[in-house]
Design a protein around this ligand. Structure first.
Ligand code: FAD
Ligand code: EPU
Length: 336
């Protein structure tokens, strides 16, 4: 067995039977053919940098790490166009763009992970979601063994959501992402703390996002974590009114279709979980939406604690927390 512990940012101890690196589309086809010859048809896992995946135990399937590199750049009168390999690092791409006076990604600075995983949950932060800049997503369609692309519309993007999150395991392996960033890009600075910047520029927005994230979120190279563990729940206005009777201070933000979004961090904080732990799994002392590995956490401890938080939130607020991270057990995804 080969260790996966360093392959996911939560850092729980786990192994898998084999790890292969995908370096190109042709390389991917070769790997898939080899797996087929070994009798492995669909039961493998494609991984980027493991910052949204938690291995809770050894898994019974080989792992294919996407490492397709390269940035193809062209410019029109109105747009910067880029075709980027799925294995490029997201934050390095953000930095490269800013160095080359290509603006728009700065609100999404310092989000860990690969470019190929960015469309999967439509990464978002500080008022921007990546769908805003996506033209097309190229993928290998394993049902038909062909390269195909989805337009932005076909990707069915939503809050931390896309068509790629609802497919059967490995149905579409993302190989490249095509971005389009306006030459005259407008800064988005209505989200705190960006709204407090004087005369903001792409560079100062980038710096403010990096500083804020470094202040608020645990660094996964120092303390194992996968960012927000749950999504921020979206509830009806009626439900909010009910909750306001007993919790007049509950924060909320308007959402589409007369719904409202409430911060899961507030719900978890209110229940007193912030800074507490179960075994070696903690609820982070500054950002309770982030569960952390205090050193030698186990999959059982994590699943117990994550289910307990979910259960208490349900009992106290009648809200179902949905996990934002992808939790892997021996044979596939675990839904809490
Ligand atoms: P992985 O964890 O490797 O993969 C994620 C999922 O996609 C897995 O199910 C995997 O099987 C699948 N997958 C990966 N690559 C491919 C591919 N090429 N083709 C098909 N399937 C694939 N996210 C946000 O949106 N906003 C944030 O602000 C944010 N902050 C974070 C902060 C921290 C400290 C951490 C640790 C995480 C944060 N995240 C955030 C989550 C994470 O950074 C993103 O989800 C990121 O896009 C994951 O990239 P990855 O390469 O590590 O994905
Ligand atoms: N809050 C508390 N107690 C705390 C911390 C926060 O009550 O200790 C409440 C406050 O009301 C605060 C609110 O939670 O205003 C929101 O907190 P924060 O601004 O830290 O953001 P978040 O909603 O917890 C979301 C994303 C992050 C993204 C940030 C910035 C989700 C699930 N999470 O976090 O994304 O970086 O906004 O845009 O949408 C991730 O996906 O992994 C991630 C880190």
């Amino acid at each position: 067995m080969i260790s996966l512990t360093e392959r996911h940012t939560f850092g729980l101890s786990a192994n898998c039977p084999d790890i292969q690196t995908i370096k190109s589309v042709d390389g991917l086809v070769t790997i898939l053919n080899k797996l087929k010859n070994q009798g492995v048809d669909e039961n493998y896992l494609v991984l980027g940098e493991g910052s949204n995946t938690i291995f809770t135990e050894d898994i019974n399937m080989p792992v294919l790490v996407n490492s397709i590199k390269g940035i193809e750049y062209t410019k029109t009168n109105v747009c910067h166009k880029m075709k980027v390999g799925a294995g490029e690092n997201w934050h390095e791409l953000v930095k490269w763009c800013i160095e080359n006076h290509i603006y728009g990604f700065e609100n999404l600075a310092l989000i860990p992970g690969s470019v190929g995983a960015a469309p999967i949950q439509n990464i978002g932060a500080y008022g921007i979601e990546i769908e805003r800049f996506i033209d097309n997503v190229e993928f290998f369609d394993t049902d038909n063994n062909v390269i195909n692309t989805f337009t932005k519309k076909e990707c069915l993007f939503g809050y931390r959501d896309s068509v790629f999150k609802h497919q059967k395991l490995n149905q579409r392996i993302i190989t490249h992402v095509m971005f389009s960033l306006p030459v005259e890009n407008e800064l988005v600075v209505n989200y705190s703390p960006l709204d407090k910047l004087d005369n903001p520029t792409p560079q100062t927005v980038f710096e403010e996002v990096v500083n804020t994230r470094n202040r608020k979120l645990p660094n996964p190279t120092k303390i194992g974590n996968s960012g927000s563990f749950y999504k921020n729940p979206v509830i009806t206005e009626e439900h909010l009114k009910q909750l306001q009777l007993s919790h007049p201070d509950i924060p909320w933000y308007p959402n589409a279709n007369s719904m409202v979004k409430v911060p899961a961090a507030w719900l978890i904080d209110k229940l007193g979980f912030k800074g507490t732990s179960h075994g070696q799994i903690g609820c982070h002392k500054h950002q309770p939406l982030v569960l952390v590995n205090l050193g030698k956490g186990t999959g059982e401890e994590l699943l117990y604690f994550a289910k307990l938080i979910k259960q208490k939130v349900k009992e106290s607020f009648d809200i179902n927390l949905e996990n934002e991270v992808r939790i892997m057990g021996a044979d596939g995804l675990i839904i809490l």
